[in-house]
Design a protein around this ligand. Structure first.
Ligand code: FES
Length: 216
């Protein structure tokens, strides 16, 4: 595949023509917040709305996970408009996320912590009114605990379960009621789960964790 060159944050980089800007940036040590993108997934869902960047010649920020790189492209990951959108997106997520990091198995590996630090947002941000759902935790699986309260609905686990697992995970309901669950809402331990753990490996928060084990 042809190699092209572009500039991100004043750094000239090389990338494969047609690849998404998000991966080109990350592969060159330039961090752009992201929660829903997966490299194996060719069609990005672009649902988390955290990967906004500004591109020279564009009137509005774009999501880096959906933007293909182009020869001579000039990108700014730190523009005020892009940061404002990303910060608002993160604060909305945090408004419905229980922030109790000290008691979470994903502490220090949680993507929300990383993104909050990058965007300089307090995890206990008071920008939006906090509304927590208090859904029951599914502890039925022998190796995996699923806490839907910590789920950010990025959809990574749903996609990965279909791609590498048995396809037992899916979305149910709409709006604020939306949740990742199993077919028929049966407990994970009673589902056709293959125990592959791929869902845990891609979960960016402490929603899906291996029992008694720190996330990698
Ligand atoms: S990573 Fe781009 S919208 Fe989620």
């Amino acid at each position: 595949m042809k190699t092209i060159s572009l500039t991100i944050d004043d750094k000239k980089i090389a990338a494969r023509e047609g690849e998404n800007l998000l991966w080109a940036a990350l592969d060159n040590g330039i961090y752009i917040p992201n929660l829903c993108a997966l490299r194996d997934k060719s069609e990005p869902s672009a649902s988390c709305r955290l990967c906004f960047v500004e591109v020279e010649g564009y009137s509005q920020p774009v999501t880096a996970c959906t933007e293909p790189v182009r020869e001579g492209m000039v990108v700014n990951t730190k523009g005020a408009k892009a940061l404002r959108l990303a910060r608002a997106g993160l604060e909305l997520l945090l408004a419905s996320h229980p922030v109790d990091c000290a008691h979470c198995l994903a502490n220090r590996s949680c993507e929300l912590q990383k993104i909050a630090a990058h965007l300089r947002i307090r995890l206990k941000s008071k920008h939006f009114r906090k509304i927590l759902r208090e859904l029951p935790i599914d502890d039925s699986h022998p190796q995996i605990t699923y806490d839907p309260n910590k789920c950010v609905l990025c959809g990574r686990c749903v996609w990965m379960c279909r791609y590498k697992g048995a396809g037992v995970l899916g979305f149910a309901h709409r709006g604020f009621e939306r949740v990742v669950t199993t077919f028929g809402d049966e407990p994970l331990g009673e589902s056709k789960c293959l125990d592959c753990g791929e869902c845990v490996s891609v979960c960016p928060t402490g929603a899906l964790v291996f029992k008694d084990e720190k996330k990698a």
